[in-house]
Ligand binder design. Sequence first.
Ligand SMILES: NC(=O)c1ccc[n+]([C@@H]2O[C@H](COP(=O)([O-])OP(=O)(O)OC[C@H]3O[C@@H](n4cnc5c(N)ncnc54)[C@H](O)[C@@H]3O)[C@@H](O)[C@H]2O)c1
Length: 358
Amino acid sequence: MSAGAILVTGGAGFIGANFVLDWLANEGSPVVNLDQLTYAGNPANLAAAAKDARHVFVKGDVGDRALVGGLLREHRPQAIVHFAAESHVDRSIHGPAEFIQTNVIGTFSLLEEARGYWSGLAGTERGGFRFLHVSTDEVYGSLNGADPAFTETSPYAPNSPYAASKAAADHLVRAYHHTYGLPAITTNCSNNYGPFQFPEKLIPLMIVNALAGKPLPVYGDGLNVRDWLYVADHCAAVRLALRKGRPGETYNIGGRAERTNLEVVRAVCAALDELRPDRAPHAKLIRFVKDRPGHDRRYAMDPRKIEAELGWRPRHGFESALRKTVEWYLDHMDWVNGVTSGAYRDWTELNYGQGGRA
Ligand SMILES: NC(=O)c1ccc[n+]([C@@H]2O[C@H](COP(=O)([O-])OP(=O)(O)OC[C@H]3O[C@@H](n4cnc5c(N)ncnc54)[C@H](O)[C@@H]3O)[C@@H](O)[C@H]2O)c1
């Protein structure tokens, strides 16, 4: 890759915003950030880049081909990094249509515009161009306790509308490489946590509810297992895949940090007990609630390919990075209050009632 601009989609969301800030700090080339600012997109996540001339924010839909085509012609990016998606499994169960629209049709539109743009490039610009599609471990379905972790050759078996929409997008990306030669790379990552995560996802929801003295809703028996990765480690993996990844390849990313949901919630409570001892023990707020329909039992990623081929290693251990995350939320109550006073609350109220687990 040469040192030109990149086009990031979904860069006002949790991982996208972390990635944009990480890119500006570590790579330094300009970022055009296309984000529709759905309920999950928050300009406050990008406050640190607000005055940075290298960051160009554009509010718009990845499915708007005229807009995307115009941005590609105007900024001539060296890469497209595609984060934009509807990302919350529970929302996909209540209303799958938006997931198909953004994750499938939106990705298709972006691929079409990328193909047109890339076909018109020549020389090193063409050789260095990359389309990096950010995907998830959920496309592989659910593991049983003793099963080995997912590898890049594990069969796809998506179980939720969210996972199915991401799987469809992954297949389109694969086909655009195979059929048209588009230099595309897909990364499939496990569950992320860290700053700016919207408090509908497990870790920030538990922090925010605990701080408000609200119940900490845990699905089913709490023994569903996820493989956790600190968001900065995911961002570093994506940067590395852009620089050194082989077009047409997929890379699994995970932190070898499998934990049950209950372990995660207890770890959040333990960190809060230390940092806010006046309210301890926070674990007294834990409540078991009716399980999510079709809830996958276990995900685990085998990251050996990205480790061996690209030299990636996670730099953050689960316990210390979780504590750092809890501290971040405590230090950014303005951000938390801004988010929780918005549409998120209405949506949660409507679907789950007060204190519900979104
Ligand atoms: N969060 C995780 O643990 C995780 C793990 C693996 C992969 N991923 C993938 O990483 C990506 C980012 O996840 P996240 O957790 O940051 O999601 P998020 O929901 O926090 O952010 C998504 C962003 O995309 C934007 N967006 C949605 N629809 C759009 C559209 N049509 N056009 C333009 N922008 C649109 C939203 O405004 C928001 O800023 C997703 O593709 C997701 O599937 C997430």
